[in-house]
Design a protein around this ligand. Structure first.
Ligand code: HMG
Length: 394
């Protein structure tokens, strides 16, 4: 049975920061953020957006682009590490915003940036086992990445969501859930205690943990896929907390294979995966899948029928290396989503505006509900401790 991704949807806030502006404001050489980190623009969420609205927007794009009614969904999972409630899952809000019916399993998954991949693998097994009984799964990865103003992590923030419609009709990518490579370890590289809105991170250690986990997951993948090397893939998408990390990851795998000039293959195998992430920043759970969308939307090559590699990393940590085959026509389907145009239409904030938004974010969880124009999904505020939202045209 073929299983995999039938359709994709992406949501980003309508505003962003230009990294050269942020660098100047922080007294840093712009080339450090642009080349050293590898990010040109960083998405910043507005005060009427949150993990729920971004998830709903991405889910709506996936369903409408596939022409699939919300009632065909029998499993709705949101992977996130920036949830809006300790108990009520983001997925429940999304269920009502998208009009998904009651005969559906609805919940949230968490393991840092790996949370979306956990949900995807579970959805693939749900379909393969027959439990889906003809229904499809909607897996949405949604996050607002925040380290705080003037921290080392600041240039690696971002906001956005990627939705994956998962089914036995994978018009985008057939996946191989029985041949993935896994590596998990209890490490304290990146975490966010319940009392904090901002993540804490041991930056250099987190880079090392990512690379260690990549090594472990790739070794396991190779054991389960004898003879496969990175040259077996037409493209590779790595988890992208920032572009330079994908370069370090690729160097690591090539070095494991004895390649003395690992950068030589980088542009051909990985370059296209960074075009969109470099304009969005880290979106945690969605970062790998934005890299996948970027590969399909911007690769100059035809990837029809070609195998591509994917690497998911979540701090803490859990990592998975897996592979899939691109369905003929998938690149056209993803290009039709107009993702570059979505990014081009964002407004670039001044650094003063960005800092004001960052400072106000904490208060948004308790602000009173207020009506807002609804051309997209909107967060209205809190009414009797309940978050309220508006769907377009409701
Ligand atoms: P930093 O200390 O600001 O930067 O931290 P740096 O001094 O390490 O410099 C960064 C790069 O810029 C270096 O390149 C410099 O050489 C270069 P590298 O040596 O790494 O190749 N550089 C320049 N390049 C050009 N022109 C210049 C210039 N100056 C310096 N003028 C760090 C950087 C990423 C550590 C920090 O931003 C951070 O802590 N970020 C958050 C943590 C993170 O993203 N970790 C990634 C791995 S963990 C992960 O991916 C999981 C995560 O997504 C969370 C989850 O799972 O939920 C984060």
């Amino acid at each position: 049975m073929r299983v995999g991704i039938e359709a994709l949807g992406v949501a980003v806030p309508p505003t962003c920061v230009a990294m050269e502006d942020l660098a100047r404001a922080r007294g840093v050489e712009p080339s450090k953020y642009l080349d050293g980190i590898g990010t040109w623009r960083m998405s910043v969420a507005q005060d009427d957006e949150d993990t729920v609205t971004l998830a709903a927007q991405a889910g709506h794009m996936a369903l409408t682009s596939a022409g699939v009614p919300a009632n065909d969904i029998g499993l709705l999972v949101v992977g996130t590490e920036t949830a809006v409630d300790h108990s009520k899952p983001v997925a429940s809000y999304v269920q009502s915003l998208l009009g998904v019916g009651r005969r559906c399993r609805v919940f949230e998954t968490k393991h840092a940036c790996y949370g979306g991949t956990a949900a995807l693998q579970m959805a693939l097994d749900w379909i393969r086992s027959g439990s889906a009984a003809g229904k499809k799964a909607l897996v949405i990865c949604s996050d607002i990445a925040r380290y705080g103003l003037k921290t080392a992590g600041e240039p690696t923030q971002g906001a956005g969501a990627v939705a994956l419609l998962v089914s036995d009709d994978p018009k985008i990518l057939s996946l191989e859930p029985d041949r993935t490579g896994i590596c998990s370890t209890d490490v304290h590289d990146f975490w966010r205690p319940l009392y904090s809105k901002d993540a804490f991170v041991d930056g250099p250690y987190s880079v090392q943990c990512y690379l260690d986990a990549l090594t472990g997951a790739y070794e396991h993948f190779q054991e389960r896929n004898p003879g496969v090397t990175t040259d077996s893939f037409a493209a590779i998408a790595y988890h992208v907390p920032y572009g330079k990390m994908a370069r370090k990851a690729h160097r690591q795998l090539r070095a494991m294979e004895g390649d003395l000039t690992p950068d030589a293959s980088f542009e051909a195998l990985v370059g296209s995966s960074l075009t969109l992430p470099a304009q969005v920043g880290n979106i945690y759970t969605g970062s790998l899948y934005l890299a996948l969308a970027s590969t399909l939307a911007t690769s100059p090559l035809s990837l029809d029928g070609k195998r591509i590699g994917l690497f998911s990393y979540g701090s803490g940590s859990c990592a998975e290396f897996f592979a899939g085959t691109v369905t003929p026509g998938a690149q056209d389907r993803v290009k039709k989503l107009g993702l570059q145009s979505l990014l081009d239409h964002r407004r670039v904030l001044s650094i003063e505006e960005y800092e004001a938004i960052m400072r106000e974010r904490d208060g948004l969880d308790t602000r009173p509900a207020a009506p807002a124009p609804a051309d997209t999904f909107r967060y209205l505020g809190v009414d009797a401790h309940r978050r309220t939202y508006l769907a377009p045209n409701s």
